[in-house]
Design a binder for this molecule. Sequence first.
Ligand code: ZN
Length: 345
Amino acid sequence: MKEKLEQIRTNGLEKIKNTKIMSELEEIKKELIGKKSELSKVLKSMSTLAPEEKKTIGMLATQIKTTFTEKVQQKEEEIISKMSVLDEPIDLSIPGKKVTEGALHPITQMKYDLNDAFLSLGFEIYNEDDISSEKYAFDNLNFAKNHPARQSMDTYWIAGTEDKSGAERLCLRPHLTGGSVRYLLEHGAPARFVYPGGAFRNETTDARHERAFIQYEALIVDKDISFSSGMVMIQTILEKVFGRKINTRMREGFFPFTEPGYEIDMECLVCGGKGCKVCNHNGWIEVMPGGVIHPNVLRSANLDPEEWTGFYINIGLDRLVMMRYGVDDVRLFHSTDLRFLKQFK
Ligand SMILES: [Zn+2]
C-alpha cells in the first residue's frame, strides 16, 4: 500500500511539473485529488487495514494530498504569470485597424486662437453660466422696459420664473454682454477681459439664424479709453489671427449698451475687396459690432461714468473663420458634414 502511494506521488508530481497549459492542469488536478482519483480510492479502502497500518497510510495519503494541492496551486500561479494577454498567437501579417483621429472644429480653433491673442494683450478669460436673468441680460444693459428682445419671441425664459422680474426671472442668455456687468461687479475696474460662450435665441432657424450659437465678446474698462485705442485693439487682434495687416472700417451702429456704437467691417478676404457673394458684392464684411460702453451700463456695474470709460467688441466667430479659409457659405460649418470638416485637420 505504501509503495502504491509513493508511486502515485512520483507520477503525480511529474505530471504537474510537465504541464504548461491551464486547461491541462485542471484535468491533472481532477485526476490527482478529485473524488475518482487513485488517492481517494486508497483513502476509501483504508477501513480494511490493521489499526497500526491505517495510521501510517492515512498520514502518508493526507500528506500526498496536501503536497498535490500546494504544487497545483504553485503551477497555476506560474502559468498565469507567463500567460499572454492574447488568447491566440499573433499574426503580424494582418493589416492594422486604422485609428480615426478627431480634430478641433474650425470655429473652436478660432476661439482658441483669439484666446491666445487676447491673453498676450493682458486680457483675462471669463466664463459666465449659460443661465442668466432679466437683470443681467437686459436691465443692467440699458435695454428699455418694452424692448422687443425681452419678449418670449426672442428669449428663452425659464419655466417657473415667468411672472417674476429682474434677477429672479431666469433665462438662457440671449447674448454674452450680460457677463460684462457680472464681471465688473465681481472684479471692479480697471478691467480687460474676454468672455466667449454660447448664446440662445428663440428663433425660427434658417440659413442665417440658429437657436444656439457661439459668441466672443471683449471689454476693456479704464480711465482713458479713447475711440482710437478701441480701434488699435481691433487691428491688433485681427493681425494676430490672420498674421498680416487687415483693412478695417467703422460705421455707426446702435446697441442699447453702447454710446456711441459701431459696426466694424473688415475687408473681405474671400474676394480681396473686389466683391463676392459673401460680402454682398461690396468688398467689406461686418465682423464685429462694438462701441463705447453706455454710462448706464457703467452705473449698473457700480462704476462712475465720469471716472471710467470702456470699449466693447463682439466678434463674429463664424465670419472670421469664413475669412480665414475663404469659405463662402456659413452653413457648411454647422452642417456636420465630415467631408467638409476634415479639410481643417
Ligand atoms: Zn467678398
